[in-house]
Design a protein around this ligand. Sequence first.
Ligand SMILES: Nc1nc2c(ncn2[C@@H]2O[C@H](COP(=O)(O)OP(=O)(O)OP(=O)(O)O)[C@@H](O)[C@H]2O)c(=O)[nH]1
Length: 908
Amino acid sequence: MLLLSLSFTGLAWRNALVAQERYEQTQFDFQVRAVLTRIEQRMQAYQQTLLSVRGLFEASKDVDRQKFRRFVDSLHLTEIYPGIQGLGFSRLIAPAELERHIDAVRREGFAGYTVQPAGPRDVYSAIVFLEPFSGRNLRAFGYDMYSEPVRQAAMVRARDSGEAALSGKVRLMQEAGREEQAGLLMYVPVYRNDAPQSTPVERQAALLGWAYAPFRMRDLMNGIQGGRMGELDIEIYDGEHPLPEALLYDSYRENLTSYAEMHVSREHRLGASHTLTIAGHPWTVISRPAPGFLQHVKDRQQPVHTALLGLAISGMLFWLSWVLINGRRQALQAAHGMTRELRESEARFRLLADSVPALIWLADTDRRFYWFNRPWLEFTGRSLDKEQGYGWTDGIHPEDIKRYLDTYYASFDQRQPYTIELRLRHHDGDWRWIADHGIPRFKNNDSNDEFIGYIGSCTDINERKLMEKALQRSEENFRRQSRTMAEILWGADVGTWEWNVQTGETSFNQRWAEIVGYRLEELAPINITTWHHLTHPDDLKRSNLMLQRCFRRELDAYECEVRMQHSDGHWVWVLDRGRVVEWAEDGQPLRMSGTHLDITARKQSEIRLQLAANVFTHAREAIVIADTDGTIIDVNEAFIRITGYTREEALGNNPRMLQSGLQDADFYDEFWETLLSKGHWSGEIWNRRKDGEVYPTLMTISAVRDANGRPQNYVALSTDITAIKNYQSKLEHIAHYDVLTGLPNRALLADRMRHALSQCLRRDDALAVVYLDLDGFKAVNDRHGHEIGDELLVHVARRMQEALREGDTLARIGGDEFIAVLVDLDEPSHCEPILERLLQAAADPVNLRGYALNVSVSIGITLFPVDRTDADQLIRHADHAMYQAKQAGRNCYRFFAPTPNAEEPPEE
Ligand SMILES: Nc1nc2c(ncn2[C@@H]2O[C@H](COP(=O)(O)OP(=O)(O)OP(=O)(O)O)[C@@H](O)[C@H]2O)c(=O)[nH]1
């Protein structure tokens, strides 16, 4: 029994020992797992924090030092994330931009700023923001982390993957030499928003820099759990192997108080090695029980040893029962402990998640969202109950929901991270743009492990979106303005040109070519010589002079009228205008733009106008332009010369100033009627000069009408026809008077006789037709010459004229023959004294050139209406009577005596 009891006791002891060891192992594993989880969670929290920095850059186009500081301040880093050295941003700098970058930072007030280390490199980076910007951190300002291989490896990994990357072990710039700690850096790449980022190559091209956080390992681990790793000693090595030089942290050494403790600790049978992957970088974590852990377990082993030595079988059995019961209770306690730890872990995560300035959600493996952080709920103003499941979709903009769900489901099914921009309703009712980054979650953060849902963090990109919209609107405006400008240019029918003054590169629009009769394609290749070839050489010289003045800034704008040769050969007048639109730094013109306007029609009309002006000025006719009131608005030189009025006297005056008074009212009535009805009048009119002289003019007046046919002006052209009139009257005189004696000739005599005969009949009185032929005239001619004969004729004619009464007519009808018409004879005998005077006038001697010349006259008379016949017949009858006087011995007169049946006197 005893043996049996001992056997039972031994068996029981063995079982108790195994249970104890199992318990120790369980306790140890649990504590290790808890420590690893805490490290992972903290590092994930840092990762999220860096992502939120990236969010800041995505949401805001220009993140300056102030903005960055405010953002980092708002995170309350030192309170929520103890152990982090700071948050910073390292900018990527191309070598060509290095100098400008340094200058820009120095201008911010950091006179000593430079990018360090110095020296030529293919690419630079520089820590430009690092908060808190004080103490140790100041040493890192301007440091090029990319120049250091370990940091560079992590930066490259972050840049190419687009995700967070943790560096290997480094000595931080912040270290001052005392109490140095192993350093680490975590990087998150920041890209330009507008650049594609799908492939590593695209991401390299889009990189702006890195948001990063430096960690001092001891500070970090102290921050995670105040340096206490429960009842464990933890060693953390950089990489997958626990090499001495890779040691990052050793909690045992940090808390070591005696060598003996180290000895105990390092010999314990419990121990574990895990590989943690933090932001893509492996850490080897070696865990061992700490002295506290052993002490705790030893206390629990002591009763087992005591029982083995001292208790009886029954006691053994009793003890065994107790151990078993106690073991179960301890297991239950451990389970409860684990649950509590997990709850605490969950609570810490939530506390962290509630503190970051990002909207965070968690989704389960069935895609349903089951948790939202406090910033989310505060943003939407809805409770967790309402948001859970698919309730949150009520807050998504209707236009974005389908796109969002499609992306979410597709990514979810492939367990892929995704980023999508969408509008979420703020509790104030406004829609706000957010960027949602969803990441699949796996147990132990191992993508090969069990999938446990999604975590998402949303950053507010409203400001960026609004700026994008504003930019879009501005681009649309620009496009619209460009379109409008093109339409205006088309409407204005102008050609356009742009000219690179330095290179000669030139471009024209289609209208430019059309003005000179080409299509644009026909002029190719186009450059400045195209313009030179088409432009008239004389005008090209003028144009070049104007351009040179523009280039010297003597003229603000260039303008020149030039002739260009049309494709069919004729010259087209072009108004060429432009400005220098870009100057080089040395003051030389870079680019010019301008327009071409076809002004051929205007030029031709100018030429016509010039011609008209010349005609107006230099015309021999006097020209008067008057308005419809008759007010003179212009006169030409000829007007001034002809009328004697000055231009000043004429303008504003009325053409009445020229009236001679020789035209009566009827004349002017007819004049106006014709002018108004026909639009023109022409005729002769007598005007008066300024000196009072009246002169005849031949005038044409035309009405100038407007587009509606209403008279606008009157233009009068008048020619002074005084000379013509004089000539006319001379001709008239020659036609009716004898050139030698000035007496009426036969034609005028006939007219006068006609007149006298009709008057005679009207008055019922008589007239006498007297035919006179000189006697002995031929002898004078023959003796003294024809000239003296002529003079004698003139003298005798004048005397005979004087012998007549007023109203009588004496005409010379040829040679030495005259006819007189004596009118108003009451009695036929009343003509006899006149006849006597005529005989006397001819007979009186004429002294010429010392000669006394003697002639006489033979006279024949017939009386009307006694001799009631026509004028010609009367003359013939008088001639017949004169012949009888000749027959009677000359120097006497004879009356025609008509006999009813007598024959007509014979013709001579
Ligand atoms: N000097 C001058 N002689 C003229 C002119 N016209 C005609 N005679 C001349 O006048 C003369 C006229 O001829 P008659 O009448 O026969 O000469 P007469 O001597 O008068 O003869 P009776 O008439 O028969 O008495 C001619 O010799 C003409 O040549 C003239 O205009 N001037």
